[in-house]
Design a protein around this ligand. Structure first.
Ligand code: KMH
Ligand code: ZN
Length: 302
């Protein structure tokens, strides 16, 4: 069996971590652009983007900021651009989707079901927050679910189809694979569908080997082998163990400061290029070649 080249995705800043946790978390459009371009030079074929208020670091769905970020990256490299439609916990669907018609990215996240997406325990670790919004923001995730109903998912897919954007399905729980299969059967999606197993979220499937294989084998069962391309991300300290396991299993990999602020135990990553470079070294050891952006486009069918 020939194993395809591995697509490395850099999830650059996200909407979970807060500025008080790391001085290296990209905040302004310029920082996000620089980080994305540096991650590309380190080996990323895809960047997954969120934006933040440049003054406070608070996650925002402001389409103008996303437009600036996407244009800034496109001016410097041909990395595949994936924009979030997950936004941040507490945002409305309108806020989450606002950037899509403006940025018209090749790829956008499409969250494949509702889940508790909790990161309230961050509050216990921050003694002196840099900004007033940070602690209420993380605490709010203890009581507000991340809603992605069937109706929502249908609307997100329809909008992506309208703008020629391929959905990247964020899979936080195994049952969400059946949700994707439902939309594939209805003819709203073109195979191969792209799955991102996002393990390790508090409220979602834990990041371990059993669950990685459970997700993969269930995807084969409900979608059919050949009907999907998969990648794996892991939130927190399991990140590199599980993404390495995914690579061994023939999958693609997402790393970056959205998922994990550390490059090793107790050592903050100074950039998104660092975890990408680490995965390139691991891939080299494992004999997996790294996909360039155009090779990623071919694999993903975009
Ligand atoms: N910010 C999280 C609630 C996505 O980008 O679509 C979800 C998230 C997923 O980051
Ligand atoms: Zn995201």
């Amino acid at each position: 069996m020939s194993v395809k080249k591995v697509i490395l995705t850099a999830a650059v800043t996200g909407a979970v971590h807060i500025p008080s946790m790391s001085p290296y978390l990209p905040i302004t459009p310029e920082q996000i652009i620089d980080e994305a371009v540096a991650a590309y030079h380190a080996g990323a074929a895809v960047v997954h983007l969120h934006t933040r208020n440049p003054g406070t670091g608070q996650p925002t769905g402001d389409p103008e900021l996303m437009r600036r970020v996407v244009e800034g990256i496109r001016a410097q490299c041909d990395v595949v651009i994936g924009c979030t439609t997950g936004g941040a916990i507490g945002m409305t669907n309108e806020e989450r989707l606002a950037a899509l018609p403006v940025a018209k990215p090749e790829l956008a996240s499409c969250n494949a079901g509702s889940v508790n997406f909790c990161f309230a325990p961050i509050a216990d670790k921050i003694k002196k927050p840099l900004f007033d919004w940070e602690i209420p923001f993380v605490k709010n995730t203890y009581q507000v679910p991340f809603a992605n109903t069937f109706k929502d998912i249908e609307e997100y897919i329809a909008l992506m189809n309208q703008y020629g954007t391929k959905p990247e399905f964020e899979i936080y729980e195994v049952g969400m694979l059946s949700n994707v299969a439902y939309f594939l059967k209805r003819g709203m999606l073109k195979a191969p569908v792209y799955l991102q197993f996002v393990t390790g979220v508090m409220g979602g499937i834990p990041a371990n080997m059993d669950n990685l294989l459970f997700l993969l084998n269930t995807a084969i069962r409900v979608l059919g082998e050949g009907n999907f391309v998969w990648s794996c991300a892991a939130a927190g300290k399991e990140q590199f163990d599980i993404t390495t396991a995914a690579m061994i299993q023939g999958g693609n990999v997402r790393v970056g400061l959205e998922d994990n602020l550390y490059i090793a135990r107790g050592k903050l990553a100074k950039s998104n290029a660092e975890p990408i470079a680490k995965m390139v070294r691991i891939a080299n050891e494992l004999g997996r070649e790294i996909a360039a952006p155009d090779e990623a486009r071919a694999i993903l069918g975009i």
